[in-house]
Design a protein around this ligand. Structure first.
Ligand code: AMP
Length: 277
């Protein structure tokens, strides 16, 4: 790996040097604490023959005042070792002051798509995410940027902002990487207690079951009610949402084409997942 770059100027210099060699560039935005899900995004860039830059930045503006910003895992050295082994070309690890210097006053707000699901449960989250992703895309100016389908609403918001702001980049959505028991990989899973880790796969199991029944024509409302009951019985805390929505507009849906979306708490860890119907 070329190494770690910390300034926007260094990042632009690196990308310009690659361009002079005729290489294409992929950007993989992350908040670090990397796992196989992130590495699948790196591989999606490498398999297209691109130079891959992975940004590692725990973005404070996408966390609410009572959220887990302080507890979010930070392990840069381990992350960089994983990226080197995976064949990534560079890690972009800016400090907060590089991304948000004094006087920074601009936000990117994507209306409509951000009113529901995680946008309703986490006010301000998508504005912070959209702002930092816009900045990263303009700093790097990659040919492609890779995002996980695990954060499906985020993927739709990014597609929209790129279209609306005429940013010349192709957004590539990559399938959710899961544990063998179905739990979607997440940096937050490490905080689950052993009992909660054992209960966690139920979320995806129930979602796949509901999705299969809805696809077969069963009405979703009673299925979703029963799934909420099963989650509560298994020790889940509040369910922020368990909803069937159109995959692109995110409007509520009663039947296919749809995606089933969930966010549910286990202790102080919030799990999210989504599956196709
Ligand atoms: P994060 O560091 O959690 O903000 O995620 C950075 C990128 O990795 C986002 O595009 C996520 O959607 C993606 N990602 C996170 N977990 C997974 C997963 N289990 N499978 C695929 N992509 C993922």
């Amino acid at each position: 790996m070329t190494g770690i770059v910390r300034s926007i100027a260094e990042l632009r210099g690196l990308v310009a040097a690659w361009r002079r060699e005729g290489a294409g560039v992929a950007l993989v935005p992350t908040m670090g604490a990397l796992h196989a899900g992130h590495l699948s995004l790196v591989e999606a860039g490498l398999s297209r023959g691109l130079r891959v830059v992975v940004s590692i930045f725990v973005n404070p503006t996408q966390f609410g005042p009572n959220e887990d910003l302080a507890k979010y895992p930070r392990q840069e050295a381990a992350d960089v070792a994983l990226l080197s082994a995976a064949g990534a070309h560079a890690a972009f690890c800016p400090a907060v002051g590089e991304m948000y210097p004094a006087g920074h006053a601009t936000r990117v707000d994507v209306k409509g798509l951000t009113d529901c699901l995680c946008g309703a449960a986490r006010p301000g989250h998508f504005s912070g995410m959209a702002t930092v992703v816009t900045k990263l895309l303009l700093q790097c100016l990659p040919d492609m940027a890779m995002f996980g389908e695990k954060d499906w609403q985020q993927l739709q918001v990014v597609r929209r902002l790129v279209r609306d702001l005429d940013i010349p980049v192709a957004i590539v959505g990559c399938p959710t990487v899961r544990e063998a028991d179905g739990l979607a990989l997440s940096s937050r899973n490490a905080r689950l207690s052993p009992a909660h880790r054992a209960a966690a796969p139920l979320l995806n199991r129930l979602m796949r079951d509901v999705a299969a029944k809805v696809a077969a024509g069963v009405s979703p409302t009673p299925l979703l009610e029963a799934a909420r009951g099963a989650l509560a019985a298994a020790g889940f805390g509040p369910v922020d949402y368990l909803e069937l929505r159109h995959p692109e507009t995110l409007a509520l849906a009663e039947a296919a084409p749809a995606r089933l979306f969930a966010a549910a708490w286990l202790g102080d860890v919030r799990l999210i997942d989504n599956v196709a119907v």
